[in-house]
Ligand binder design. Sequence first.
Ligand code: GLY
Length: 384
Amino acid sequence: MAISADVIIAGGGVIGTAIAWRAAAAGLATVVIDPQAGDAAALVAAGMLAPVSESLFGEDALLRLNLLAVARFPSFAAELEEATGRIVGLRREGTLAVAYDPDDHAALARLTGFRRSVGLDAEELDSRACRRLEPFLAPGVRGGVLFAGDWSVDNRRYAAALRVAAQAAGARFLRDRVSAVRVGNDGAAAGVRLADGSEVDGAAVVVAAGCWSAGIDGLPGTVRDAVRPVKGQLLRLRCPANVPPVLGHTIRALVRGTDLYLVPRADGELVVGATSEERGHDVTVTAGAVHDLLHDAMSVLPVTSELALAETCAGLRPGTPDNGPIVGPGGPAGLLVATGHYRNGILLSAVTADAVAACLTGEPPAPEWEPFAPQRFGALARPA
Ligand code: GLY
């Protein structure tokens, strides 16, 4: 039987599913199409909501968007918990950034100076004060900075709750791959073609397929060229049963010049990440990455060596040339793009859903989105 919908979403990761929830809740007949269930970048992620500790020199527009996102996240998560009866594990203890050696300390001080200069909250702490906050930190840690505005969420619980909420609101999920966006004789999006050649009709198509967006025909070539996979490898460690979690805050560490994060969960899980590798679509977990992550983790948090190594995993962040997401109308009328969320997919999921739902219902998205329109990479006229 031919399928048709008001909105077709290519991609069932956290971005596509968040959009599906809001679109279905707005009364639109919504279909999400994804070939996989359970291996999206969002499931590999650590769930940091980190506008401050992810902010870098020269990324002011992205910082403004990420601050909007973190301000929106609690109400979005609360509504999600209310709609599903599920707990998503939002934690607001803040993030403690620490430095391992003197060079790391100097680098952290430079970044902190920049973050303060743009008005962000950053409390510098000496080594002893860091260990008062987190007693399991190595005594050699040089010092740190508390970023109270950086939180976390249990990304797997969050992603699962989004799917439940989307389905409860009426969204349908198809296990298939979108190979192309179809355009009708009027030049507007008319639906999608699937990998087996079958078609789904829809007046609006949202491409939210992360790094796989680049493989969807009918998207403007400038957008396809802008998205690339950036591999991240992570570890999931686990405290023994009946032992309290070893951390209360997310730790960001600079260890001999390498970035590391350790994200605790209330249930005793500790997520350790992440590599950042340009290796195409390869998702092999390598011995070297596991070694390096554990070695760096044990340098700042020696008790890591006592924890169970519960899982190793690798995912593909959808990177873009300016590290910003690509969200907005994508060329033909009815085609919307919501991809390229790179290191901030979980954080940006709620405001992306708001922005896309606004576009679908004829409202303007928040002004923070203006710098992230698809046409910033070039004209959208020519589908590739
Ligand atoms: N947001 C952290 C990462 O992408 O590794």
